[in-house]
Write a protein that binds this ligand. Structure first.
Ligand code: SAM
Length: 269
């Protein structure tokens, strides 16, 4: 049975109601998109891949043909038996929630068509596993892909852009229209590849600081910092921004990751 048969079976069982909205089930059916995702991931035959949400197994099959081992984590119990029975022996299906499941201790790539409702928390989780994760290639909502890869001074640039770009470089691969999925999602999707920058220290305080610095996007950075530290420190805030080489009238979306780091270094205790 092919992934296509599995998908048809899943669809027949209760038409599209079988595909559970709460699990973000939009299954990929276009073989050319599957091929492009695998190519874009730059895998080698020796690699281990962790796939989040194999669904009906179409991407899993394409991955299993390209690499040594695939570990696929699926939350929907209804799909597990079929996946285990039908996929080749180099695929291990783990039943569980990818936000909590124990990830392998060996180096691995993540390749997945992510459930869109948990894409951001999953990306945050991957940051914590970056010592083991060799690279990430994921399909996500195009809007989130745009935010991940956004440059300063653009509409899409925000705390998620700074967080991910602090740790990694993001390559925008290609846009995927709703028609490539069953059932089609309401929005466009996109494939991105995330490659870690070398030796970036963990810095949860920095990323927390950036979140607060963006607390009101329309306000000047100095005003957001004032909400953070108190209005009595206004003069000090302006002076520290100046020491960091930042225009006191700048808005948060105008600062690059490097500039945010300079500001953070002026304020950290
Ligand atoms: N990989 C398949 C494909 O491309 O056709 C399915 C992708 S579908 C967008 C997302 C998949 O993730 C679904 O199979 C869904 O059941 C699964 N899923 C949703 N939430 C999950 C979670 N927290 N942990 C693991 N899998 C999850």
């Amino acid at each position: 049975m092919t992934a296509q048969d599995l998908l048809c079976k899943a669809l027949r069982r209760g038409e599209s109601s079988t595909l559970k909205k709460r699990f973000g089930q939009h299954f990929l059916t276009d073989p050319s998109i599957l091929r492009r995702i695998v190519q874009f991931a730059r895998l080698t035959p020796e690699d281990t891949v962790v796939e989040i949400g194999p669904g009906a197994g179409s991407l899993t099959l394409a991955l299993a043909a390209a690499v040594h081992r695939v570990i696929a984590i699926e939350i929907d119990r209804a799909l597990i038996a079929e996946l285990r029975a039908r996929l080749p022996s180099n695929v291990e299906i783990i039943e569980g929630d990818a936000l909590e499941a124990v990830l392998p201790q060996i180096p691995f790539h993540v390749v997945a068509n992510l459930p869109y409702n948990i894409a951001t928390p999953l990306l945050r989780r991957f940051i914590d596993y970056r010592d083991q994760i060799l690279g990430i290639t994921v399909m996500i909502q195009k809007e989130v892909a745009d935010r991940l890869s956004a440059n300063p001074r653009t509409r899409d640039y925000g705390p998620l852009s700074v967080l991910i770009q602090y740790y990694a470089t993001v390559a925008y691969g290609f846009t995927v229209p709703p028609g490539a999925f069953k059932p089609p999602p309401k929005v466009n999707s996109a494939v991105v590849r995330i490659d870690w920058k070398p030796r970036v220290p963990d810095n949860k305080r920095f990323t927390g600081f950036v979140h607060k610095a963006f607390s009101s996007r329309r306000k000047k950075l100095a005003n957001n910092l004032q909400s953070m530290f108190g209005s009595e420190l206004r003069a000090q805030i302006l002076q520290r921004l100046e020491s960091a080489g930042i225009d006191p009238n700048a808005r948060p979306e105008e600062l690059s990751v490097a500039e945010f780091l300079r500001v953070y270094n002026q304020f950290r205790m």
